[in-house]
Structure formats: C-alpha cells, structure tokens
Design a protein around this ligand. Structure first.
Ligand code: FES
Length: 103
C-alpha cells in the first residue's frame, strides 16, 4: 500500500497440491492458497470441505500438510521459498504443531 508504510514482501515460489505458485514473504500459507484460487484447505474425515474461518489459529479448519507435517495451521504459518503444501483429509487438533507463526 503506497503511502501507508506497507510493502509487499519479496517474491518466492512454493508448491501447492503439485502446482508451482508465486507467493510473497510475510503472507500466510492460507493467503497464498486463496490467492492461487483455492478456497478449500482440507476435508473432514467425512469429506466435508473446510477453509479459512477464524484466521487466528483457534478453529483448525485451515490445517494442511506443510513440508510433510500434517495438521499445520495455515492461517498462522508464513510461506517460505520452496515450501510444499498439500490438501489434507481429516484433522486432529491434538496432533497439531504449536507456535507455528514465523517458523
Ligand atoms: S482459520 Fe482457524 S485455525 Fe486457521
């Protein structure tokens, strides 16, 4: 946003469900997935779609498999160059990694 002290981070490449996409440092994974056209981030065990909901790491509806780690909350995890993100079926909040923002 010119004039507001906010600038987009440096560009990077990541892979979402097998497709290379552009993203920017400082974006959450969920933002990058949505910018690439994906609104569904995971499915429940009963194959009901789930997406971005609380946006603050509470609901676990946004969990995906990130660099092979399932149950990663994509709303509070930043993108990294070369990161791979995959759609997840089912989720367990008990298995979720903690404190993922910026790591
Ligand atoms: S959208 Fe609720 S934990 Fe990510």
């Amino acid at each position: 946003m010119p004039g507001h002290g906010l600038e987009r981070g440096a560009g990077l490449r990541m892979r979402i469900d097998g497709q290379d996409v552009d993203a920017y440092e400082g974006e959450s994974i969920a933002a990058a997935v949505m910018a690439a056209g994906g609104l569904e981030l995971r499915e429940t065990d009963h194959h009901d779609p789930r997406g971005y909901f609380c946006g603050m790491g509470v609901c676990f509806d946004c969990v995906m498999i990130v660099d092979g780690v399932p149950n990663t909350r994509t709303c509070v995890t930043f993108v990294r160059d070369g990161m791979t993100v995959e759609h997840q079926i089912g989720a367990s909040s008990a298995d979720a990694p903690t404190g993922s923002a910026g790591h």
